[in-house]
Design a protein around this ligand. Structure first.
Ligand code: SF4
Length: 589
């Protein structure tokens, strides 16, 4: 097997060629052989990214490249990272830090060792370690992205190891040499893992599909032997990789022991930044509510709400919405007699349901809360004036959950005041959240609708883990009904499983005993569907069994027409036994 160690600078490769018994192939390429592995050491001699890419293309023509490790020094923009310590890179992004602009989206590496960090590759020296930059990554270099780009293009497994030479401020030669020595020592102390990696026929392929640490190499090799002795085809192997990701929580041992485990989505992400735009009023309200986040004041949230790079961090943006706020809903959405329009009051949602259409909608999954209610209301008012005498429903919560942060934003209270005397206009706040208690004693206008999406507990456990459970949602409906709020219920999305009908039947019965007819505004029925882009994002990033029965139909993935019609018939019939038919509608089909 041929493993290529790629260095940009000569001082970085020097400890390797001085201490290892290498054979010189050219003045840029050396070979070190150990048992079954040829380690080719290539140095770009500080000739920059274009030459580096050129050389890699050339090497690929000359040699079979099984694996590339980019090794080098990097500046740290995190003060808490140690100098001369080696970090394994998880993602690498091409960025202009001075202009806060992501130039090319992040690329994931395939194999990590330990101490995972995110790398930023800049095109020219950009000194400093501004607090805001930490949002994008931890370490800065000038070549990592280009190696990753090459590996990505040719599907070559990649590892990046960076040794911290400085804090991206005062770069000097002796620091560089120490960091380069640290890199060599780190490589040598971990060489047994690389040797093991060369043993498994499919080990590199496994790493390409499932992101394990190299320290898991014995499990990976065990899986490789199993695949090899059973002579599984490429497609069969891919199915096994997907199974390990979806059903076995990325554990090879669980797979062999047939111990199915759902992905631990509840595991908290690290709290990252609370970005607040500088002209937001009453910033304290947000800093107090989101304590634990590092607060940074910025001019425009869009400079940061770009690509999500550090995926194990959750960040929050408090911003003012600019531009358009109102968008017509697609045809067949909502009750026919109304103009149905959505209002943008935030982006993304903390609940992370496995089928959520927001996955892949934005480049980042960070949460954005729009604080300028006055502006949002001014746009709604204009819409109302332009549609005088028409019945309108504004929907909050299209790009977020409408109640998840309502205790902070107080949107329901504010907009209730605004529309209480405009009888042809309603506003619906749609949620799966437990945050409704603050509404109970509020004197809400009757044209404010609080809407709950309802799914059986089986689906909540499997696909909506961070939301309110079924019991809590039914309790919410009861409390809202008993305090005379206007309510809608959405059986949307219905996710098909063998006994779904029995579960829905029982839920419908319970709800009919909870909500008084006078408080019910509507009940919708919708079956799981998602745009192609969302389907692909879920399939690539977090494959889940929820995608199983979906088929492509025009630009959407849906269940077959036969299955959908069957679901609609059964659920609608059940609803009609318990509720007024005029309030029931099928959504978007
Ligand atoms: S509650 Fe709604 S918006 Fe939030 S993750 Fe789930 S499906 Fe998406």
């Amino acid at each position: 097997m041929n493993f290529f160690l790629v260095f940009e600078n000569y001082f970085e490769i020097k400890p390797f060629i001085s201490n290892l018994e290498t054979e010189k192939i050219s003045n840029k390429l050396f070979l070190y052989k150990k048992n079954n592995i040829n380690y080719y050491l290539f140095v770009n001699k500080t000739e920059g990214p274009l030459n580096l890419l050129d050389s890699l293309y050339f090497l690929k023509k000359e040699y079979k490249i099984d694996f590339i490790i980019n090794l080098g020094i990097a500046g740290s923009i995190q003060k808490n990272l140690e100098k001369n310590r080696v970090y394994s890179i998880k993602t690498v992004t091409n960025i202009n830090l001075n202009e806060t602009k992501v130039l090319r989206p992040p690329i994931d590496t395939d194999i990590v060792l330990d101490q995972e960090r995110d790398l930023l590759t800049v095109l020219y020296l950009q000194k400093g370690n501004k607090k805001k930059w930490k949002y994008f990554g931890d370490l800065v270099d000038m070549e990592g992205y280009f190696v990753a780009f090459f590996c990505d293009k040719y599907s070559i497994p990649l590892m990046i190891l960076k040794s911290v030479s400085d804090y991206n401020d005062n770069i000097n030669k002796s620091d560089n040499l120490e960091a380069a020595n640290a890199l060599y020592n780190y490589f040598v102390s971990n060489i047994s893992y690389f040797q093991e990696l060369g043993r498994g026929k499919y080990s590199l392929e496994i790493y390409k599909h499932i992101d394990f640490s190299l320290k898991n190499i014995s499990d990976v090799n065990k899986l490789s032997s199993y695949l090899s002795s059973n002579k599984f085809s490429f497609t069969e192997r891919n199915q096994i990789y997907n199974k390990i990701k979806i059903n076995y929580n990325k554990s090879i041992n669980n797979y062999f022991n047939n111990k199915k485990v759902l992905k631990d989505e509840k595991k908290n992400k690290n709290k990252g930044f609370l970005f607040i735009e500088e002209n937001i009023k009453n910033k304290k309200r947000y800093t107090e509510k989101f304590s634990g986040y590092e607060t940074v004041t910025v001019e425009n949230y869009l400079d940061y709400f770009q690509y999500k790079i550090k995926r194990n961090y959750s960040n929050i943006f408090i911003a003012n919405k600019k531009g358009s706020v109102i968008k017509h809903k697609p045809p067949k959405y909502g009750r026919k007699e109304f103009i149905n329009v959505s209002v943008t009051n935030g982006y993304n949602c903390p609940f992370n349901c496995s089928y959520c259409y927001l996955k892949g909608w934005f480049r980042s999954d960070d949460i954005v809360i729009f604080a300028n209610k006055e502006y949002i209301w001014s746009r709604m008012k204009k819409f109302i004036q332009n549609h005088e005498d028409k019945k309108i429903i504004f929907y909050f919560g299209d790009f977020c959950d409408a109640l998840a942060f309502d205790k902070i934003t107080e949107n329901v209270k504010y907009f209730s005041e605004k529309i209480k005397d405009i009888k042809n206009v309603l506003i619906e706040f749609r949620t799966k959240s437990i945050n409704y208690s603050h509404l109970i004693d509020m004197d809400l206008a009757s044209n404010i609708i609080i809407a709950y999406s309802i799914t059986p507990q089986k689906i909540i456990t499997r696909n909506e883990k961070n939301t309110a459970n079924l019991k809590q949602r039914l309790q919410a409906l009861r409390a809202l009904n008993d305090s005379n709020k206007t309510i809608s219920v959405h059986f949307d999305p219905i996710i098909y499983y063998e006994n779904y009908y029995k579960d829905y039947k029982s839920i419908i019965k319970k709800i009919s005993n909870i909500i008084d007819e006078k408080n019910l505004f509507s009940i919708s029925v919708g079956v799981l569907r998602m745009p192609k882009k969302v389907y692909k994002t879920i399939k690539n990033n977090e494959p889940t069994s929820v995608l199983k029965d979906l088929k492509k139909e025009k630009s959407m993935y849906r269940y077959s027409k036969k299955l959908r019609d069957n679901i609609y018939d059964k659920i609608k019939n059940e609803l009609m036994k318990n509720f007024n038919e005029n309030k029931i509608y099928i959504c978007m089909d």
